[in-house]
Design a protein around this ligand. Structure first.
Ligand SMILES: *Cc1c(COP(=O)(O)O)cnc(C)c1O
Length: 433
């Protein structure tokens, strides 16, 4: 009935997440509040695990793209569920290291890693650095040499595939800041250069075509292009690369109309392409990696707000202002992302009120959504915005010196704080006079 399996309605008619009443959570921890179902996160991880067993005989691994939501507790869950981890910065790496995440299962991404970050990655023994460009390759080889190490690497390749998604989250086309291009020969040049260097060891190739993708076609196309390139690499250099990372980007349901293809369809169709192409090209089946971020944590999270003013402009719209906004969820302001919202106390009732859910920041664009249907709401009501587990906390800011809300993890009937609420003292804690 809801966009996520962890949500329900109890006998009082209140919205629940796992077995917790969201009104009680709002009372206990205050608002605004991010709540995440640990059960749902674990179940999402397990779906990927099971799917690799079924479609690749276990010869593959899902990496959790931690940028979707990076904190110690979630890194720990990913570790316990046997996932690998994608990090894109020293901060994400530091988080992983703080819980002892196994270094060999970490993949370090980014289109402009700093030399300091490369040093950190090598020091921790990160298993694979996904090299974005030839400049980085040269720098990495020198740093590894100076540290007496050899870096395991992959190249990020632009497969030239257009994923039908928002411009800001498309990354597979030639005009992208990420990776080396196939069409121009740049990717082959990078591979050949890596083969000449003695402190990097090229183990495979990577691509990631975008985010919130509903269609399987572009994923199939990217897999086909990448496998053909693996065959070309073998022909040109004699190297048989053993790993292929097909990236993340699997779409999730934010509103009921969203119709993502689903993991089973994705895995079935893409593994058929992998097996078919490898057979045709005479390639051994590579170890397959995928990198889900949004689809691991997105539908596990909700945000609870309390309604302040309700402002009806006759013939125009009704603004419902809440005690959070773009500081905890900038995705509408960034790319008009759509969400479902409901009044937590009357979650099962008909949605008869059309509102613009407005944040509290000094920006007219600070909205959670426009033309949203809600149960009738009044000041003091708790409103839940659904599917906020990905790219909400991780994109949150302190604009207007608004403290970030806490993240509470719910598991069955238990709840605990995974990230504590920032305080006003935190707001000035880095200031100097
Ligand atoms: C962002 C990103 C992902 C995860 O994307 P989702 O849409 O959250 O699944 C995976 N790989 C790379 C390289 C990324 O940049």
């Amino acid at each position: 009935m809801f966009v996520s399996d962890c949500l329900g309605i109890n006998a009082k008619g209140h919205l629940t997440i796992d077995e917790k009443d969201t009104l009680e959570l709002a009372g206990e921890y205050g608002t605004p509040l991010y709540v995440m179902s640990e059960t749902q996160i674990r179940e999402n991880c397990r779906k990927f695990r099971r799917s690799f067993e079924e479609h690749y005989g276990g010869n593959g691994m899902a990496l959790y793209a931690s940028k979707a939501f990076c904190c110690k507790a979630v890194c720990r869950i990913a570790q316990e569920e046997g996932m690998g981890l994608d990090v894109v910065s020293a901060g994400e790496l530091y988080t992983a290291e703080s819980i002892g995440f196994p270094a060999e299962r970490i993949y370090f991404h980014g289109n402009n890693k700093t030399p300091e970050e490369l040093v950190e990655a090598l020091r921790y023994g990160v298993g694979t650095i996904v090299v974005d460009n030839i400049t980085e390759l040269e720098v990495l080889d020198q740093i590894a040499a100076s540290m007496g190490k050899t870096a395991g690497i992959m190249f990020r390749v632009k497969p030239g595939v257009d994923a039908h998604t928002h411009d800001f989250i498309r990354t597979g086309q030639i005009d992208s800041k990420f990776g080396v291009a196939l069409e121009t020969g740049e990717a082959m040049e990078a591979v050949c250069r890596a083969a000449e260097l003695s402190h990097v060891r090229l183990t495979g190739l990577h691509c990631h075509i975008g985010s919130q993708i509903f269609d399987i076609d572009p994923f199939e196309e990217a897999a086909r292009v990448m496998l053909r390139f693996l065959a070309e690499v073998r022909e040109r250099t004699g190297l048989t690369l053993s790993k292929l990372n097909l990236g993340g980007g699997f779409g999730i349901k934010y509103v009921p109309e969203n119709d993502p293809a689903g993991l089973e369809t994705y895995m079935g169709r893409v593994s058929a392409v992998v097996h078919g192409e490898c057979g045709r090209l005479g390639l051994p089946i590579p170890f397959i990696l995928i990198e889900p971020g949004r689809s691991v944590v997105g539908d596990a999270g909700i945000t609870l707000y309390r309604v302040g003013a309700v402002k009806t402009i006759p013939g125009v719209r009704t603004y419902l202002s809440v005690d959070g906004g773009m500081t905890d969820n900038p995705r509408y302001a960034l790319y008009q992302a759509r969400y479902e919202a409901l009044v937590a106390a009357r979650a099962g009732e008909a949605k008869t009120m059309e509102v613009t859910l407005a944040g509290r920041c000094c920006e007219s664009g600070d909205l959670i959504g426009e033309n949203m249907l809600l149960q009738p709401a009044a000041p003091g009501d708790v409103v839940a915005v659904l599917s906020t587990g990905a790219y909400n906390y991780s994109m949150a800011s302190n604009y207007n010196r608004v403290p970030r809300p806490p993240v509470v993890l719910v598991k069955g009937a238990e709840s605990r704080v995974a990230v504590r609420r920032e305080t006003l003292e935190d707001m000035i804690s880095h200031d100097e006079l």
